[in-house]
Design a protein around this ligand. Sequence first.
Ligand code: SAH
Length: 254
Amino acid sequence: MKNRVIGIMGAMPEEIEGVVALLSNCTQTTIGKRTYFSGQINEIETVVVFSRWGKVAAATTVTTLIHKFNITELLFTGVAGAINAELKIGDIVLGKRLIQHDMDARPLMPRFEIPLLSKTYLETDVSYLSIASNAIKALLETKSLHTVIGEQDLIEFNISQPRLFVGDIASGDQFFSKNEQKQHLISQLPNILCVEMEGAAVAQVCYEYKIPFSIIRTISDVADDHAHLDFPSFIKKISSTYAAQIIKNIFSAI
Ligand code: SAH
């Protein structure tokens, strides 16, 4: 059996700082503008890296994790814009299926279908889905959240009781900061919970290499005209804490 090596990608440098701090015996390797931090969490070999932004960047990063670091599974944490109206800033979305909303190879294949894979949605392994969802629920129980995030920060972002949503995430090379973009996506893919720029690309590579993956996103904005304003301070104060805490909870369950 192959040795277990878990790859952790974070879509924000601030997020991976907290996760890197969990590594013991940490060493660094720089390849192609990316720094890979290797070590152990709870004695499991782990490699942590900033994905960089967009589908190409993230696909390249996960491919290096697979080839150079021999990862056997992948966890991705990052922020996302809400598409479904029920989602609020601070909620967490766990991807059940990932889709590339900018994939369009018509008339060769149907809209959204990934060429040569005959697939439109990339699915998360069910056992990973349940481990990740338990880890996130443990964080979101009010008490645990208040011990890791200050009361003042929760008030600032109007976060009262964040919830976990499990469902479809759309990824593409677009930052959603206009209401029209959001409405257009909803008209094409009404089931989407949130939008981001890396998840479905990472999922495609993992699918092709048979690496189980989990894509976990904290809602940082509601993908509208204020999206760019909501998120720098959110990332610093909330999502980086969430990421480290979720990873901790996942590692204590595996
Ligand atoms: N913080 C950077 C920009 C990050 S790029 C800056 O201000 O320069 C956006 C990152 O946030 C990507 O990882 C993307 O996946 C995620 N994201 C958050 N909200 C998003 C939105 N509304 N649309 C698309 N991606 C979003």
